[in-house]
Write a protein that binds this ligand. Sequence first.
Ligand code: ADP
Ligand code: TYD
Length: 205
Amino acid sequence: MTKNLFIAFEGIDGSGKSTQVKLLTQKLEESGHKVYATFEPTDSPIGKMIRDIFSGRMEADHKVIAGLFVADRLDHLLNKNNGVLKMLEEGYTVITDRYYFSSYAYHSPYMSMDWVIEANKLSAELLRPDINIYIDISAEESMHRIAKGRTSTELYETLDNLKQVKNLYAEAFEKLKDVEKIASINGERTEVEIAADVWKIVADL
Ligand code: ADP
Ligand code: TYD
């Protein structure tokens, strides 16, 4: 098994995940590491199907979406060209913007969280993150940032839903605290302050 780190960023929409992935990538590269930064939903055909559903170009039941994410995640790990497992073996530190905790939080309103965890069991067995870094912001702050005009996926972005997703993240972290490494960071500070906390966590690993 590889010794390179696999780091997953989690948080509700607009929490600052991609900003922090970028900053951490720079910092690790400056320290001499090879870094592969990636994200879910991926840009594979399955990920594209998910984005088409989010943007309203395609229609699908929430249970189908949860199933598509299971498949997208397995392809994210196992893809022969640029799968995460291959990149780790090639010596890259891998940072992902979202992994299976996103599924636990976003799909549990539509089926039991245990079902979602079970459905993602193969991914968890293939690769658990060395650390899940949760960037914690309120649903109100999330809506505020989304309204400021970034390109966004609309399906799950209402205040009530984001509140629910935030609560479900907390429930998932509590449920899995004995098997997963989880760090929660206050995301309602400057990007630089958050990045400093992220760096402390990663440097410890
Ligand atoms: P995510 O990937 O979680 O959706 P982004 O990194 O894209 O989040 O950030 C969402 C929006 O919030 C962007 O407009 C970004 O510039 C802004 N943003 C990121 N981090 C912060 C922060 N610490 N404070 C205020 N705004 C932020
Ligand atoms: P993302 O592109 O990371 O959006 P954002 O930058 O707003 O966080 O994710 C797109 C959406 O996909 C987001 O609303 C969360 C959702 N999602 C799920 O519903 N299940 C999942 O397993 C994942 C990885 C994401």
